[in-house]
Write a protein that binds this ligand. Structure first.
Ligand code: AHR
Length: 504
């Protein structure tokens, strides 16, 4: 039976700004995420600009991707930037030991990544190698990318085709150093991290702390949350509280994948309500993880100077049958769209701390925006959620009150609906309404509003997908609300996401 829910938008109260960087993406040298997904090479018959495929760039531009995290992931802690610059035929071919043991040509290096980021209009989030690299190597990489003056490294960059310095707005100091990044204890990581924080200097004149009130200053993100232990967060915060002038950091990471239990096993297609409920229940624990990480940070940083970067999140499911197990390829269904919306809503509710997030991963890997196969490309249900959420970028969080209700699936008691609202810079109020219930619709009333229009994303089934053969099974459709006696009313279909702009 369809439920009825009243959602009251408290537009007079203003929350923090929902930083557009929470809509960031993660692109690792993993499977066909970069090679095939982004990079096809200059001589490819697939239309490209300087080797970067044009269809993918066009699709990503529509998402207004704020930042891209690169080159990893686990790959980052074995990445040596010098292998990826200079003439392509002279670059070192290595083995991608983390992901499938396949040859890594290094054809996509610093210049190609910066070009890609510029083509889609995103900021660079560069992760430096703490696991197997040195602070000197990382410092020189930053100098190579950002130095404007006539240093040897700036000249080398110019000789390689880019005289102007680039910006690095976000810098990752290592990745999962409790695991693939060197299996370090938290205290050991902190000692390493401090040297890297000190010696990775950003020389771009626009990124100096004294330019424009420090608006363009690079944010350094350190490794935090380790899946089930919080010792990294505790140790880095403790060190930061007593830090001396020579080093500083701006954020602490948190990684959380929706798996329904490790190792990943939930089927990506051909599943029913039970596996849907398991994934929803797991994804909703993101809120608790953020509360726990924020509580530790509050002890050392009650003024909330440091941010949380959820710089890896998304569904990690059973692999596409027949695919290379190291390539982490999975289909993306209507369920992924619901998971994406719920996580983005959680990040928005934590906008006071969560200011960066990166879904894993952008193309062809895990919960991807885009799938490619040779020259073919398909947009996933998750892509459509990110596109529908563009109005929330840098909008001001606006509290909503509603009774989420409950639906029951096996042992799981789950909320029936979720809602999140924000006011954009022009004063326009936007609301996202997620009907989580896989079977029943929800009639929503929005008191005090006279008109609403937007888009709804739903599909015949929770496991409906977009494929190369049928790319538009899960596609947003226009929707509007009608005036009822108690305010605007509209019907949310089962398993759906609706984003509306609402007017009083
Ligand atoms: O996104 C895949 C992998 O998951 C990343 O390389 C690693 O950081 C995490 O464990």
């Amino acid at each position: 039976k369809d439920a009825e829910v009243t959602v009251a938008i408290d537009a007079a109260r203003q929350g923090p700004v929902i930083d557009r960087n929470i809509f960031g993406q993660f692109a690792e040298h993993l499977g066909t995420g970069i090679y095939g997904g982004v990079w096809v090479g200059k001589d490819s018959p697939i239309p490209n600009v300087r080797g970067i495929r044009s269809d993918v760039v066009g699709a990503l531009k529509a998402l207004r991707v704020p930042n891209v995290r690169w080159p990893g992931g686990c790959f980052a802690d074995e990445y040596h930037w010098r292998d990826g610059i200079g003439p392509a035929d002279k670059r070192r071919v290595q083995i991608n030991s983390n992901w499938g043991g396949v040859p890594e040509s290094n054809a996509f290096g610093t210049h190609e990544f910066m070009d890609f980021a510029e083509q889609i209009g995103a900021d660079a989030y560069v992760s430096v190698n703490i696991g197997s690299g040195t602070a000197a190597e990382a410092g020189q990489w930053l100098e190579y990318i950002t130095a404007e003056k006539d240093t040897s490294l700036a000249k080398e960059r110019a000789a390689n085709g880019h005289p102007a310095p680039w910006k690095v707005p976000i810098l990752g100091l290592g990745n999962e150093n409790w695991g693939c990044g060197g299996a370090m204890s938290a205290t050991h990581y902190v000692e390493e991290m401090k040297r890297f924080a000190n010696f990775t200097r950003n020389y771009n004149p626009a990124q100096r702390p004294d330019v424009n009130g420090g608006a363009g200053k690079m944010k350094r993100i350190v490794v935090g949350w380790d899946s089930d232990k919080l010792d990294y967060t505790e140790e880095v915060m403790k060190a930061w509280k007593d830090h001396v002038y020579s080093w500083d950091i701006e954020g602490v990471s948190l990684h959380k994948y929706t798996t329904g239990g490790w190792p990943p096993h939930l089927p990506a297609t051909g599943f029913g309500n039970e596996d849907y409920a398991i994934a929803i229940a797991d994804t909703l624990t993101m809120d608790d993880l953020l509360n726990r990480q924020a509580a530790i940070m509050d002890k050392y940083d009650p003024e909330k100077k440091l941010l949380i970067a959820v710089d890896e999140w998304g569904a990690w499911l059973a692999l596409t049958p027949g695919s290379n197990p190291g390539f982490l390829q999975q289909q993306n269904s209507m369920r992924d769209a619901v998971l994406a919306a719920l996580n983005l809503n959680i990040f928005a509710r934590h906008a006071d701390r969560v200011k960066i997030a990166n879904i894993a991963q952008m193309i062809n890997v895990l919960q991807a925006m885009i799938l490619t196969d040779g020259g073919k490309m398909v947009l996933t249900p998750t892509y459509h959620v990110f596109k529908m959420y563009v109005p929330f970028q840098d909008a001001q969080f606006t509290p909503v009150t509603f009774n989420a209700g409950q639906y029951v699936s096996g042992a799981h008691k789950l909320p029936r609906v979720d809602a999140m609202a924000a006011k954009d810079k022009s004063g326009q109020v936007w609301i996202s309404l997620v009907n989580i219930d896989p079977d029943a619709g929800t009639i929503v009333t929005l008191p005090g509003y006279r008109s609403a229009s937007g888009e709804v994303l739903t599909a015949p089934k929770v496991d409906s997908v977009n494929s190369f053969e049928k790319p538009a099974v899960v596609t947003p459709q226009p929707v509007s609300a009608r005036n009822g006696p108690r305010g605007l009313t509209l019907m949310l279909p089962p398993h759906s996401i609706t984003v509306l702009k609402v007017t009083r």
